[in-house]
Design a protein around this ligand. Structure first.
Ligand code: VGL
Ligand code: ZN
Length: 191
């Protein structure tokens, strides 16, 4: 069991329309974790704990797009509907929004890469981060590894992540466990 403390924060990774089944880079079943993530948002927010939401925020000429020689279909283009937070996602009004991948020449899977996320967490005295979102093998995994490298205790919310396939999702969770993350689900958290 895990009890929430004043040094905890929630990080919601890339819950945007383009990663939903109706989007341009769909993560199968990503919409099914929306209710769970809404629960986590309510839980943290009702305790006065900060909620951060990362957002893939690419310019049209981004290096990760297939049309520009990269490996992904065009997705999460700045200011497009696909880059909006997923329909049905209920982020608290005071959520800190962290844009990433906004430079044409740089891929940024981690929410810490090229952002002020670490500074904001430090300012708030956060020591432990609870991480959920998509895609488990990419932005969730690299955000978790980034947090571990920066010295945070990382709790992966197992019922709040979704991968491109269940096999690679499981693999990502295994890698995070071996890297020192803790894996929990909602019933493990004492509110
Ligand atoms: C992501 C592929 C490309 C992610 C972002 O959010 O996991 N995956 N850009
Ligand atoms: Zn991207």
């Amino acid at each position: 069991m895990v009890s929430l403390t004043g040094r905890d924060a929630l990080i919601v990774v890339d819950m945007q329309n383009d990663f939903m089944p109706w989007g341009r880079l769909p993560v199968p079943g990503a919409d099914r974790i929306i209710p769970e993530i809404n629960n986590y948002c309510r839980l943290f927010s009702s305790r006065g704990l900060p909620v951060f939401a990362t957002r893939d925020w690419h310019p049209e000429n981004h290096v990760s797009f297939d049309i520009n020689g990269g490996r992904w279909p065009v997705h999460c283009v700045q200011w497009s509907g696909g880059a909006d937070f997923a329909e049905g996602l209920e982020l608290p009004p005071d959520t800190f929004i962290i844009n990433k991948g906004d430079r044409p020449e740089l891929e940024a899977y981690s929410g810490f890469q090229g952002t002020v996320l670490n500074d904001l967490l430090k300012e708030r005295g956060v020591k432990r981060v609870f991480i959920c979102g998509v895609a488990a093998e990419f932005c969730v995994k690299y955000t978790c590894l980034g947090a571990l490298n920066l010295g945070y205790t990382v709790l992966v919310l197992r019922d709040g992540i979704k991968g491109l396939s269940s096999e690679s999702e499981e693999e990502a969770v295994g890698e995070l466990l071996r890297s020192g993350a803790v894996v929990v689900e909602e019933s493990d958290i004492v509110p």
